[in-house]
Design a binder for this molecule. Structure first.
Ligand SMILES: Cc1cc2nc3c(=O)[nH]c(=O)nc-3n(C[C@H](O)[C@H](O)[C@H](O)COP(=O)(O)OP(=O)(O)OC[C@H]3O[C@@H](n4cnc5c(N)ncnc54)[C@H](O)[C@@H]3O)c2cc1C
Length: 229
């Protein structure tokens, strides 16, 4: 992992999830990414799992992806035709499907500096507290204005509630330029739940996953602002 002079961080595909979770630099710059990495599997899994593998297998439940989506990361691909760069928001086509061609590999991820005066959080609900995939995962980044609790910009990403991890743009639009309040947080969480596209499966019914989206978005926004329950 390297930081360039502009503060952009390069994370090589072969970086293990354990190294990502343990990196003080990542935790300081991108706490949402550290938190997401720490929720993956067990220590043994994190020691073997790579960042490139977590992203490339394109699981809707991949924990690193919502964190990287709110950080507006980019994927660097290499193939016979040379190198190309794809915003991570355009990388996934569906479960197990990406824009990578048959002879392309993901070499690294570029993470631009987080917005000034921002804070971020990743929360995941599994069927048990650890070593389980997300029924729902929620990453939230809020950039704050100088005035206390005034949101300049918000980014919200969801895992496991659509064919691929997704940004909840409708929900985000409730927050930009607004003062955080319990009512506003409820409206935003309702919008995220409406925007999610979960299916019923062995992890939970569609209505339950929407309920979890609402609850986790609410919890993230309360913790990031001064509205903690
Ligand atoms: C017990 C267990 C628990 C787990 N828990 C979680 C969890 O809580 N959250 C979560 O998100 N995931 C979880 N996983 C999944 C795990 O994160 C991923 O399997 C892991 O990150 C994949 O990394 P890998 O290096 O093993 O990739 P591999 O399994 O080796 O690769 C996965 C796929 O991606 C391709 N690939 C890998 N690297 C690249 C690359 N650089 N370029 C192009 N294609 C590539 C491979 O060809 C393969 O098709 C769990 C897995 C296990 C076994």
């Amino acid at each position: 992992m390297e930081v360039d002079s502009e503060g952009e961080v390069e994370i090589g595909s072969l970086t293990t999830v354990a190294d990502l979770a343990a990196s003080p630099m990542i935790s300081k710059k991108f706490s949402v990414l550290s938190q997401a990495a720490a929720t993956i599997g067990s220590l043994q899994t994190r020691n073997k799992a790579t960042v490139g593998g977590n992203i490339s297998r394109a699981a809707p439940s991949a924990d690193l992806v919502p964190a990287l989506l709110v950080l507006e990361a980019r994927a660097i691909l290499l193939g016979p035709g040379g190198q190309r760069e794809v915003p991570l928001s355009e990388f996934f086509l569906g479960p197990g499907l990406t824009v990578m061609g048959p002879q392309e590999i993901l070499t690294r991820i570029m993470v631009p500096p987080a917005p000034v005066a921002s804070s971020s959080l990743y929360l995941k609900q599994g069927r048990r507290k650890s070593v389980d995939l997300a029924i729902v995962g929620v990453a939230v980044l809020v950039a704050w204005a100088e005035e206390h609790n005034l949101c300049r910009e918000a980014r919200i990403a969801l895992a496991s509630v659509a064919p691929q991890p997704m940004r909840a743009h409708q929900a985000e639009s409730w927050l930009a330029g607004q003062m955080m309040s319990p009512e506003l947080i409820n409206q935003c969480a309702d919008a995220a739940a409406a925007e999610a596209r979960p299916i019923s499966d062995s992890y939970g019914d569609e209505w339950y996953k929407r309920h979890l989206v609402r609850a986790l978005v609410t919890r993230c926004l309360r913790r990031l602002s001064d509205q903690e329950e």
